[in-house]
Design a protein around this ligand. Structure first.
Ligand code: S3P
Length: 188
């Protein structure tokens, strides 16, 4: 799905620029993103799904057949296209996207970014339900996630807004983000 022009919703408010969700695998980017988009009356876009559509194969197959570097290249191309297109949307990124400085610059230029921060136990519990993430199939999930927390949290912290997605229910996180956006003037 591509981003389309956004209009004011029933509340009379409008999302002024796209909202980009960043954070580790299992942080809730897709689930929370879908609900947020509904609440803000804008399209929801999952960049991993866009990559799958563009490549015509799963993320796991892209990693296995073509390698991670090709995946990262596709990820950059897809995200730049989404960010540079007209209209506001909620965009959930793959966990590694914000690590790429080119993507980070485009996110900063075109959108408001929100880091969904979650602790190791919560991430582990959420990622255990699926086996679709190639980075987590390379060894012990707990050890891999602990290392990614070490490596990535300082970069995710560069997002405009940080919201803790560990504790509360997803709808509470959605409400908190809407409140913050309203306060910042990004949803007005
Ligand atoms: C990755 C996260 C995945 C996906 C790919 C790589 C990462 O997305 O983009 O497997 O580097 O953290 P989710 O964060 O949506 O699981």
């Amino acid at each position: 799905m591509s981003a389309s022009a956004s209009c004011a919703d029933d509340s009379g408010h409008q999302l002024k620029r796209s909202l980009v969700l960043v954070g580790l695998m299992g942080a809730g980017k897709s689930t929370i993103g879908r609900r947020l988009a509904q609440m803000l009356s804008v399209p929801f876009i999952d960049s991993d799904n866009e990559i799958v559509s563009a490549a015509g194969c799963s993320i796991a197959d892209i990693f296995e057949i073509h390698g991670e570097a090709i995946f990262r290249d596709l990820e950059q191309r897809v995200l730049l296209r989404l960010l540079e297109s007209n209209g506001s949307a909620v965009i959930a990124t793959g966990g590694g996207a914000f690590l790429n400085p080119v993507i980070r610059d485009a996110v900063r230029q075109h959108s408001v970014s929100v880091w969904l921060k979650a602790d190791l136990e919560v991430l582990l519990e959420r990622v255990s339900r699926k086996r679709t993430r190639p980075l987590l199939e390379r060894g012990d999930k707990r050890a891999i996630l602990a290392r990614l927390i070490e490596e990535r949290h300082a970069v995710y912290a560069k997002a405009d807004v940080t919201v803790d997605s560990s504790a509360g229910l997803h709808h509470a996180v959605v409400e908190e983000i809407v409140k913050i956006l309203t306060k910042r003037g990004d949803y007005a």
